[in-house]
Design a protein around this ligand. Structure first.
Ligand code: PEP
Length: 255
């Protein structure tokens, strides 16, 4: 099995004003003065908090990411941030395609595709999210549904090295609900995603691309999730807002 560095990524969503973000960043820097070998840590604060978190965590072994980006370079796009702006604020990763953006903000596969291409061109790693709603899971067509999201969102993306892309499988029915997919459920879909990535990018690249699981991941279930061969870490919402829980997940992912 290829030796992929595990990634534990925190998605703070729309939580923490600047003062609260500074406090959490300080707590994380203190809780994680170093990370276990073979594990990488990422936090994705709200855009308004990014520069503060960057300043607070400069000495910590924690990468910084954004939760959204716009694909144009600059201009009259009120409320948006470009790839270069994120880069100048210290981001090396950016979440795209989260089900909350697809659902509440009507973002489409075409939008994801433009964002993914702009990020890769700018040298920022997209954390491309995909995942099925409950009714698709119940209908039994979830593997095709998710693999089609991957094909549409990443079609034509040019990457030369596996570290240029991360995919996060986040079944919508498990996000913020406390209903975690079993490690077997996560492996089934993460494995199918890797097969799709092989078709798209070739076996060598796909073998090195990190595929994460997200959806009520927490200290109590992270070890069994990352023990699965195609689950290379987690995208963590709720549990990333408590430094002790998040740090414990990082440690457990390395054991
Ligand atoms: C998320 O929304 O990316 C997520 C995984 O949330 P939670 O961990 O709270 O389910």
């Amino acid at each position: 099995m290829p030796n992929r560095t595990k990634l534990i990524a925190g998605n703070w969503k729309m939580n923490n004003d600047v003062a609260a973000a500074a406090k959490l960043a300080d707590e994380l820097a203190e809780a994680l003065p170093e990370v276990p070998e073979g594990v990488e840590v990422l936090v994705c604060p709200p855009t308004i908090d990014i520069t503060t978190v960057h300043a607070r965590m400069q000495a910590a072994p924690i990468a910084l990411g954004a939760q959204n980006v716009y694909w144009e370079a600059k201009g009259a796009y009120t409320g948006e941030s470009s790839c270069d702006m994120l880069k100048s604020a210290g981001c090396t990763y950016c979440i795209i395609g989260h089900s909350e953006r697809r659902g509440y903000f009507h973002e489409t596969d075409e939008d994801m595709n433009k964002k993914a291409k702009a990020l890769v061109a700018a040298g920022i790693v997209p954390v491309f999210c995909c995942g099925e709603p409950e009714e698709v899971r119940e209908a039994g067509t979830y593997v095709d549904f998710v693999c089609n999201q991957v094909k549409a969102g990443l079609e034509g993306l040019e990457i030369k090295c596996p570290k240029q892309l991360v995919v996060a499988y986040e079944p919508i029915w498990a996000i913020g609900t406390g209903k975690t997919a079993t490690a077997e459920d996560a492996q089934e879909v993460c494995g199918a995603i890797r097969e799709t990535l092989k078709e798209m990018f070739g076996e060598e690249l796909a073998d090195g691309i990190r595929v994460l699981y997200g959806g009520s991941a927490k200290p109590g279930n992270i070890a069994e999730l990352v023990a699965k061969p195609d689950v290379d870490g987690a995208l963590v919402g709720g549990a990333s807002l408590k430094a002790a829980d998040f740090a414990s997940m990082v440690v457990k992912a390395g054991e």
